[in-house]
Design a protein around this ligand. Structure first.
Ligand code: PLP
Length: 446
């Protein structure tokens, strides 16, 4: 969302009305991204899912469903959110898939009682499913031995990744599943985007090679040893109906960052679908499941400057200008967690205002509660128009892994969410109160 996308909105009035900080989503941006993915997957045998962990807001799910985008859920409660949005639960048409490395809370119930397709990421989950009485189709998330996410620390594939079943073990896990009355109908790998756009396509090409075998080795040159191992991968799974290549479609968070070539990606997907189907002699559905791409640009965190203070240079380092804001990493954790970059702007600042290096820091009692950091977790002041107490600052591209990763750390309530549609703002979740925060507390003897 460009900063001026909110220009027609009386943000100051909204801020007075519901207080700061808050999230504001633009329905049009979500819709534009959905339209792009629908076009990308329009060919026969392709299916898009939405990795709803990125943003599980009800209006987002409603739009996904309206456009026949299926769901990748990661918990029982996400499955229930999808059902509340109107998705059908069941494995015949697996509109909702449950991808997890660990069954927790009500996750197993969703599989056993509602027939949600489980996509397991750990071998012992077979025994857990069997013990729960489940007999049915199964997805298997494989760690193909390579890949990583949008930053190096987001480790989605390879020996140091916790995700999935190591590729060498996959077949024996599938045999155990068959013995226990389950059949592997879907193979899955999510290795993420890589930090660069080019890396996303390369990762995807590696994945296609992984599943298809050496015939598609033209896609890659540097993974021959993996390709020969995977030559028999699909053929070894006679029940497989679908290959899911995961998410990771990158969003350009930095101004001027390249955007992914959806045309090239679409070609890759169609080629993969044909190749997999030819090779197995049956139609293989190829799925993708982006999360961030759908929603990242669709939201801002709106926060207010509460103070501007300065430190002076000494032997320890240079002095800084700190603009204190009322949003913290409890509202948007990505900069603190990954050193992720979010563009920032000062609401209604004149276009020609002189820029000053500014550190934007939040209210939490944590020195790391700073939005302007680099990947090494060091301060990285941002060039911003000089700010004053009361100014509103926008943290851009907060739609993915923003609100869903927020917490009530420091007993601050979660911020409200606003949904802007056709110029009208709707409150879609209110600010958490003290009562909300302590609602589950008890002192019960067991
Ligand atoms: C299994 C799986 N699928 C899809 C995604 C979505 O990734 P992204 O939001 O980068 O597209 C993730 C993200 O963690 C994931 O773990």
């Amino acid at each position: 969302m460009a900063a001026d996308a909110l220009q027609g909105v009386d943000l100051r009035w909204l801020a007075e009305r519901i207080g700061t900080p808050f999230y504001v989503y633009d329905a049009e941006i979500v819709q534009a991204r959905i339209t792009a993915i629908v076009a990308l997957t329009a060919a026969p045998g392709l299916q898009a899912r939405y990795a709803m962990k990125a943003c599980s807001a009800a209006p987002v799910l409603a739009r996904m469903r309206a456009q026949q985008i299926w769901i990748d859920a990661v918990s029982g409660n996400e499955v229930l959110r999808a059902r509340a949005a109107g998705y059908h639960l069941g494995a015949t048409v697996p509109e909702v898939m449950l991808t997890t490395d660990v069954f927790r809370d009500n996750a197993l119930d969703m599989v056993r009682d509602h027939g949600v397709l489980p996509n397991i990421g750990s071998p012992h989950m077979i025994q857990q499913l069997a013990a729960a009485g489940y007999r049915g189709p199964l997805g298997m998330r494989i760690n193909p031995g390579f890949g990583h996410g949008h930053v190096q620390s987001c480790d989605t594939g390879g020996p140091s990744s916790k995700h999935g079943i190591w590729f060498d073990d996959a077949l024996s896990v599938a045999h155990v599943a068959t013995r226990d009355g389950m059949s592997v109908t879907l193979l899955h790998a999510h290795i993420g985007s890589g930090p660069e756009v080019a890396e996303f396509l390369t990762n995807m090409q590696h994945l296609v090679s992984f599943f298809a075998g050496p015939e598609v080795a033209e896609f890659i040159t540097n993974m021959q040893h993996l390709v020969s191992f995977f030559a028999e991968c699909l053929e070894a799974y006679p029940q497989v109906q679908a290959v899911n290549l995961g998410g990771g479609l990158p969003h350009p968070y930095r101004p001027g960052a390249p955007t992914v070539d959806l045309h090239a990606f679409g070609q890759l997907l169609r080629a993969a679908q044909e190749r997999f189907s030819q090779q197995t002699g049956r139609p293989i559905r190829v799925e993708i499941e982006p999360g961030r791409y759908f929603v990242a640009p669709a939201a801002y965190v709106v926060t207010r400057i509460t103070d501007v203070k300065r430190t002076q240079a000494n032997a320890k380092g240079p002095g800084q200008t700190f603009a204190m804001v009322d949003a913290g990493f409890c509202d948007l954790i990505r900069p603190a967690m990954y050193g992720s970059f979010h563009q920032m702007s000062v609401w209604n600042a004149p276009g020609d205002a002189p820029l000053t290096p500014t550190v934007i820091a939040g209210p939490l009692c944590e020195s790391g509660d700073v939005f302007t950091r680099d990947e090494a977790e060091l301060l990285q002041p941002r060039l911003l128009p000089a700010v004053q107490i009361g100014d509103l600052v926008l943290l851009h591209d907060a739609g993915a892994y923003g609100y869903t990763m927020s917490s009530n750390y420091n007993s601050l309530g979660r911020a409200p969410q606003l949904w802007l549609e056709n110029g009208t703002p709707y409150l879609i979740s209110r600010r958490e109160t003290f009562e909300d925060i302590v609602r589950t507390e008890c002192f019960a003897s067991l």
